[in-house]
Design a protein around this ligand. Structure first.
Ligand code: UT7
Length: 327
């Protein structure tokens, strides 16, 4: 017998991208790289890079406003704001409190969460627990990053991969029947393993160097481990809900590398036509990549109400996670 439960329904979605687009050809002007190498190894063709007047908080607020308008609710209706970011405007206070102030929201609680590229999945899972417990009713979950600020622009093995952006959803608690036919977040699965922390990291921070540091990565090692880790949590999400890859309408992975996405989909027996890819347009936007991809696939008519959508991500830490959502 299934019991009625509180489900977190996605009622609004919005995003924000910096104005400036940087193509692979633009990178060729100052780096020993080529459009052909970047496209072949990653699938990336361009990325948006934040200008001096654009910050993680301004992109996050813009995405949040778009999501609120999409949901048809006002900022005053929100009682929980979680911003997933690795590139806050300041060491403190949190970007989330800045967004809260910019939106004019004085109720509830706002905080940041840091799980690098897995940040959006971790923030969604956290908000879902708040809503499922009945303690909060309507949440803004935002993934926002300006990783361009902490890239080593001399390191061609990392700087070509990343872009900036923000994406936001409004989650609302509504009663469901407790079955996988319910709308909303059906299950979430999070993992981390700190033994891999030196595979992908920033080489500075407030308590070590007193600087933000720059992104360092053992790309081949990350690549090698990514597919296995991603598959583990996605399979756990299918098992927990009694669903299969055939039931899935859309697979919306973290957008780091087209080859990782293809290899993961193949290992999981998810048909290529169900895979949403936006890595060509945005590059790897860290915590923003999944909501940006959801936004593209919703706006072009692919993702519709009732569709079964799997999101997943893997990033520094290592952290990794998946969530199965009925739209
Ligand atoms: O969210 C998680 C974030 N990170 C990731 O998902 C990244 C995972 N890793 C990857 O996506 C891939 O490992 C990369 C795209 C970073 C690199 O692709 P790869 O096929 O693993 O290449 P590699 O690192 O083995 O390098 C192959 C060659 C090297 O030259 P040699 O030693 O063979 O002469 C590199 O120096 O490619 C060279 N190379 C480049 N060449 C042109 C590395 N970066 C570039 C570049 N342009 N930008």
């Amino acid at each position: 017998m299934t019991q009625p439960v509180l489900r977190s329904i996605i009622v609004g979605l919005g995003c924000a991208l910096p104005k400036r687009i940087v193509s692979n050809a633009d990178l060729e002007k100052f780096l020993e790289t080529s459009d052909a190498w970047i496209v072949q190894r990653t699938g990336i063709r361009q990325r948006h890079i934040a200008g001096e007047d654009e910050r993680t908080s301004s992109l996050a607020t813009q995405a949040a406003r778009a999501a609120l308008a999409d949901a048809g609710v006002s900022a005053a209706d929100i009682d929980l704001i979680i911003v997933a970011t690795t590139t806050p405007d300041y060491t403190f206070p949190a970007v989330a409190t800045q967004v809260q102030a910019d939106l004019g929201n004085a109720a509830g609680v706002a905080f940041d969460l840091q799980a690098v590229c897995s940040g959006f999945v971790f923030a969604l899972a956290t908000a879902d627990k708040f809503l499922a417990s009945g303690s909060h009713r309507r949440a803004l979950v935002i993934g926002a990053d300006t990783l361009s600020r902490i890239l080593d622009w001399q390191d061609r093995a990392t700087c070509v991969l990343f872009g900036d952006g923000a994406g936001a959803i409004v989650l609302e608690a509504r009663e469901g029947k407790g079955t996988s036919a319910d709308r909303g977040v059906l299950t979430t699965h999070l993992r981390s393993d700190g033994r891999f922390r030196d595979k992908l990291y920033a080489d500075g921070g407030p308590s070590s160097t007193g600087t933000s540091g720059r992104v360092r990565m053992q790309g081949r090692e990350v690549f090698r481990l990514a597919v296995t880790m991603i598959s583990d949590v996605v399979e756990a999400a299918f098992a927990a809900t009694g669903t299969t890859p055939e039931d899935l309408d859309w697979f919306v992975p973290h957008q780091a590398n087209s080859r990782i996405i293809d290899a993961s989909a193949e290992k999981l027996a998810i048909a290529p036509r169900k895979v949403v890819k936006t890595v060509d347009l945005h590059g790897n936007t860290t915590a923003a990549s999944i909501p940006l991809a959801l936004n593209v696939a919703r706006d072009d008519g692919r993702i519709k109400a009732g569709d079964l959508v799997m999101i997943e991500a893997m990033g520094g830490g290592f952290t990794w996670g998946a969530a199965l959502i009925r739209w």
